[in-house]
Design a protein around this ligand. Structure first.
Ligand SMILES: Nc1ccn([C@@H]2O[C@H](COP(=O)(O)OP(=O)(O)OP(=O)(O)O)[C@@H](O)[C@H]2O)c(=O)n1
Ligand SMILES: C[C@](O)(CO)[C@H](O)COP(=O)(O)O
Length: 233
């Protein structure tokens, strides 16, 4: 059997409401390059890469101006109302193009600080897992359950990890799990949620604190510092 290929799927159809910016955060300038350009330039170094599918908003008029948009391995599609809908749209696009044993690696456009070395070590570790895996980092702070700006209680964090992306799974297994979960109205905020709901075992690979998701306005400056530190290391 041919070596399984990895299809990269990038949800990039968000409006970035928490960023409080006119420009969708995936197009904000980060050290002189749009966030999405940084993210795609890393993802194009995925091993056994079959192609990169980018789920865009229906009115997106910015993607075509990116240099990386001219890379023949990069294919834009139209995403959906929620992140999970954008991912499912990408999976449905791939259903007609991928081989049955291929993998899909999903990575947020809003996570431009993923390093190539972490991407490679993640792919190597997860490819040996039958049902896929995710990057995650253990929670380092004491966690509080808060209601009306007061502490309800302290939450036991001994088994709590913060999920990141990439998240990588057998393509058709994830497609079936995500389609079923969304049909059942299961809340899905990452791909692992659907795989867990469908009863699959998902491996956790230690991620990096620097693999942040640009979500709030202050995250852009932090991402710039992280990228500069990566360049200097
Ligand atoms: N309908 C959507 C919503 C989000 N995303 C993508 O999913 C990733 C993570 O989502 P998030 O950080 O929530 O982005 P936004 O939805 O844009 O942010 P907000 O929730 O603040 O509006 C982002 O790369 C975003 O572009 C997507 O492809 N399709
Ligand atoms: C997928 C994710 O980045 C894992 O932490 C996160 O769930 C995305 O959440 P968002 O609210 O769609 O940004």
């Amino acid at each position: 059997m041919n070596t399984p290929k990895i299809w990269v799927l990038v949800p990039a159809a968000g409006t970035g409401s928490r960023m409080q910016s006119e420009t969708p955060k995936q197009y904000l300038s980060l050290n002189g390059q749009p966030v999405l350009e940084h993210t795609l330039n890393v993802l194009l170094q995925t091993p056994q890469l079959a192609g990169v599918i980018v789920a865009l908003g229906p009115e997106d008029e910015r993607f075509g101006s990116l240099a990386v948009a001219r890379d023949p391995r990069v294919q834009p599609i139209v995403g959906g109302r929620e992140r999970a809908d954008s991912v499912l749209a990408g999976l449905r696009y791939l259903a007609k193009r991928a081989a049955s044993h291929d993998w899909v690696l999903v990575h947020d456009a809003a996570r431009p600080c993923l390093t190539v070395s972490l991407l490679h070590s993640f792919c190597e570790k997860v490819a040996s897992e039958t049902e896929g895996g995710i990057l995650a980092v253990p929670v380092a702070d004491t966690l509080k359950w808060v209601e009306q700006s007061t502490i309800g209680r302290t939450v036991d964090r001994s088994h709590l990890w913060a999920a990141q992306t990439p998240q990588m799974f057998p393509l058709f297994t994830l497609t079936q799990a995500l389609d079923a979960a969304l049909t059942e109205g299961v809340p899905v905020t990452d791909e692992a949620s659907a795989m867990e709901w469908a009863g699959h075992t998902v491996a956790v690979v230690p991620g990096a604190p620097g693999n942040i998701k640009i979500t709030q306005p202050q995250d852009l400056a932090l991402a710039a510092l992280i990228l500069r530190a990566q360049e200097e290391s």
